[in-house]
Ligand binder design. Structure first.
Ligand code: N01
Length: 533
């Protein structure tokens, strides 16, 4: 150990969200000395930071939960079909306590840099507090964890209550009698707007692009459904890996193009009432065929028209791009909220925000407000990695290597960055899947890989450049067969100024799962072990 390295471990995990805490448990069970470095003062990751009103998961909780422990999944009871943020955070804390993980989590330690030492084949990490050394470095930093804060002119002059959905304060925020502005109409805004509209005297919603949203029809957990699923939980969980988007509830192979249109409309109506996100997966060709996509999109466009009484507002709320091109939203009373007299929609595509002042925003006119909420999204998929000063072989910086677009092998390993793993990294199904089974799949894979290395006396693993290049070609070839690539979205980096435009999720959980298994069966094909310096 060098003088200025204070602590040394076999593996260091960055981030104490769902991925990090499970990774800690797995590596501890493998006998490795391991800790988590976490920037926040508590566990939870995305579910710690995103505590805005209405924050809730839009995948059923019976699927958006851990499957690795039968007792845990049998004993934990969710109160609603789709759990709200406080209950999810309670669950994460329960898991941490149940498996006694807290003692190995270092809170309030933001990792600032990670440098690979080629002589020793070790990682040196520097946090706001300490220096650490480890053999393996596992980034469990999440796909949507670095807030996007656009440079609105004059934002720094605003003297009212300035909030951002993705870094919401822990203290309760009330808006009674206030004039409130919210910028953005993605999932976070769509969940919070109906609740804020109940409190604010006036709510001004600044929209650049409308979104498709499906009613959640959330409710208390149906005890019969819970009993049925818990009675075959391990079988049910397997369905996650057999469905394209990793959600067991979405599994229809039927095609709109081959189905009678009356039948299609009846099915879409049923999916609108019951399926939530599953509306998108209800027909297999909605993701693949522009005409089929149009049928589903028009169905939602008509629902908006029927729901929103003012035709001008309804038209403004109606998207003109492929449904699913931007991440589909799920809501409770979103479109209905625009029928309230205190709710105003402002089209900032036509009249952009020109200036923010001490107590107002200027767009088509001046809006005086007490509170300004930014619901402007994230530097998705890569931001959490490029924000840390990570350098690999030859001192190459990850940020520079990814300047033209992120590349990764399987979303797990990066060429030139040995013994570094990413959980649900770019190039894996991640955000186009149910994150929970995807996280467990990656954590299990990483743990098995390290165990294999120990058993086979391998010290260093690194993805080969050619495997990485070929993998990203495949990611893009698959994406090009779908409707996902021609819409501006955070899936392809187009929500962030100057970010390289590259489509990053691997589409298709079953194919991905099969390929992961095949690669292991071929002794980690595409990875290089113990490469000479
Ligand atoms: O962010 P977003 P989010 N000027 O990027 C607008 C997950 N999530 O936090 O579309 C003006 O979707 C931007 O406009 P545009 C989920 O995967 C899950 O809402 O770029 N406007 C857009 O309207 C989700 O997709 C859950 O034209 C600007 C909005 O801000 C992801 O997180 C809940 C702007 C950002 O929308 C992100 O959702 C919440 C600018 N300069 C989130 N910059 C659930 O599980 C951005 N915008 C339910």
């Amino acid at each position: 150990m060098t003088d200025n390295v204070t602590k040394e471990f076999d593996a260091i995990i960055i981030g104490a969200g769902f991925a990090g805490i499970y990774q800690l448990l797995k590596l501890r069970r493998l006998g490795l000395s391991t800790i988590i470095l976490e920037k926040a003062d508590q566990v939870g990751g995305t579910w710690h930071w995103n505590r805005y009103p209405g924050a809730r998961c839009d995948i059923p909780s019976l699927e958006y939960s851990y499957q690795f422990d039968e007792d845990l999944q049998q004993e934990w009871n969710w109160s609603e079909k789709y759990s709200a943020q406080p209950e999810i955070l309670e669950y994460i804390n329960h898991v941490v306590d149940r498996f006694d993980l807290k003692e190995d989590i270092k809170f309030k330690e933001e990792v600032l840099s990670a440098n690979f030492n080629e002589e020793e084949s070790t990682w040196l990490l520097e946090t706001s507090e300490n220096k650490y050394k480890s053999t393996f470095c596992i980034f469990a930093t999440g796909c949507l964890s670095v807030p996007n804060k656009p440079d609105f002119g004059g934002l720094e002059n605003f003297r009212g209550n300035l909030l951002q959905t993705s870094t919401w304060p822990q203290e309760e925020q009330r808006f009674d009698g206030q004039k409130v502005a919210i910028i953005g109409t993605g999932s976070s805004a769509i969940q919070s707007i109906p609740i804020i509209a109940e409190q604010a005297s006036e709510l001004y919603i600044f929209q650049r692009t409308p979104n498709y949203s499906i009613p959640s029809n959330n409710g208390l957990m149906d005890k019969e459904v819970e009993k049925e699923i818990k009675g075959r939980y391990s079988e049910f969980r397997k369905e996650n890996y057999q469905n394209g988007f990793g959600i067991a509830a979405i599994s229809d192979e039927a095609l709109i193009s081959e189905t009678d249109i009356d039948e299609v409309n009846a099915q879409l109506e049923e999916n609108w009432q019951n399926a939530g996100l599953g509306f998108f997966g209800g027909y297999a060709d909605v993701a693949l065929d522009k005409d089929a996509n149009d049928v589903a999109a028009n169905f939602v466009r008509n629902k908006i028209k029927e729901t929103v009484k003012d035709p001008v507002t309804a038209a403004l709320l109606t998207p003109d791009y492929h449904i699913g091109g931007k991440r589909l939203c799920v809501d409770t009373g979103y479109f209905e909220t625009f029928n309230k007299d205190n709710v105003h929609l402002i089209n900032i595509k036509e009249n952009p925000i020109r200036q923010i002042n001490e107590d107002s925003l200027e767009a088509d006119r001046i809006y005086e407000v007490d509170t300004l909420i930014l619901a402007t999204g994230f530097d998705a998929m890569t931001g959490a990695l490029t924000n840390i000063d990570i350098s690999g072989r030859g001192g190459i910086k990850l940020k520079d290597q990814w300047e033209g677009g992120a590349k990764s092998y399987l979303g797990l390993g990066i060429a030139n960055f040995p013994n570094l793993f990413t959980v649900t990294g770019p190039g894996s199904p991640s955000v186009l899947s149910n994150m929970m089974p995807s996280i467990e799949q990656h954590v299990n894979w990483i743990t098995d890989c390290i165990q294999w290395m120990m058993e086979n006396n391998k010290k260093v693993i690194e993805s080969s450049k050619s495997a990485e290049d070929e993998w990203m070609v495949l990611v893009n070839e698959i994406a090009d067969m779908t409707i996902f690539t021609d819409t501006k979205s955070w899936y392809n980096g187009s929500n962030i100024d100057k970010k390289a435009k590259a489509f990053l999720p691997f589409i298709g959980v079953p194919v991905y799962t099969e390929m992961l298994e095949d690669i292991v069966a071929e002794n980690y094909k595409g990875f290089i072990f113990d490469k000479a310096n």
